[in-house]
Design a protein around this ligand. Structure first.
Ligand code: AP5
Ligand code: MG
Length: 214
């Protein structure tokens, strides 16, 4: 099963993608997490990506596409995967389609987690992220068992550099301009499902499970 998660920054793509990956035993692939891991390790890719991410801009397609195509070619992706944060532009979606098509393959579901901008701005300030395993929490809505510590891997949780209010607004603008057109792109392919992302995370997941079973 090959799934794409669509939705604005902070809509809950990562939260739901992790739940899907656990339930269906497929890898959760987040280009944002891959970039953040590279930033943490100080790699050249990380340094390049950071210049864009800190401003709330997209990392150029040339960098992003190669990383993603290399990742989905790995063995653990044979039975499917859930993509979180990719594609984010029409050219990215077209390259992915072409690469899969060459192997007689395709994306099965594109799930749009729909949350209005007002809710997003409120959510981001409370988010805490684990830069080691990619898990995300919210100080009120989705708290970790022990304050400031990741439930999954025990590392320290941080406020992401791009979660400052002015950067969040930029990310939202970029989303509406460059990523939202993908909703029509996948609707036209007949694989788009929109779920209400304002519900609590278990309820959102139940709706997604129903979509995947349908
Ligand atoms: P990326 O890491 O993908 O960030 P994003 O799209 O901005 O999305 P977020 O990770 O911020 O939000 P999310 O939807 O995963 O929400 P989450 O589950 O954490 O990308 C970062 C940057 O990398 C980009 O800006 C860009 O520069 C670059 N990049 C990445 N991919 C790229 C690409 N393909 N092309 C070019 N550039 C790329 O939830 C948010 C918060 O809400 C959390 O605190 C969570 O606990 C809470 N929450 C979740 N669900 C609920 C709920 N149902 N109710 C209440 N709270 C909830
Ligand atoms: Mg995320």
């Amino acid at each position: 099963m090959k799934i794409i998660m669509l939705g604005a920054p902070g809509a809950g793509k990562g939260t739901q993608a992790k739940m899907i990956a656990d339930k269906y035993d497929i890898p959760h692939i987040s280009t944002g997490d891959i970039f953040r891991a590279n930033i943490k390790e100080g790699t050249p890719l990380g340094m390049e990506a950071k210049q864009y991410m800190d401003k709330g801009l997209l990392v150029p397609d040339e960098l992003t596409v190669k990383i993603l195509l290399d990742r989905v070619a790995k063995k653990d992706c044979q039975n499917g995967y859930v993509l979180d944060g990719f594609p984010r532009t029409i050219p990215q979606a077209e390259v992915l389609d072409k690469a899969l098509g060459e192997r007689g393959d395709r994306i099965d579901h594109a799930i749009d987690v729909d949350v209005p901008d007002e809710n997003i701005v409120k959510r981001m300030g409370g988010r805490r992220a684990c830069l080691s395993c990619g898990a995300t929490y919210h100080i009120e809505h989705v708290p970790p068992k022990q304050e400031g510590i990741c439930d999954v891997c025990g590392q320290k949780l941080v406020l992401r550099d791009d979660d400052k209010p002015e950067t969040v607004q930029n990310r939202l603008n970029v989303y509406h301009e460059q990523t939202q057109p993908l909703i029509d792109f996948y609707r036209n392919k007949g694989i788009l499902k929109t779920v209400d992302g304002t519900k609590d995370k278990e309820e959102v997941f139940e709706t997604i499970e129903a979509v995947l079973k349908a």
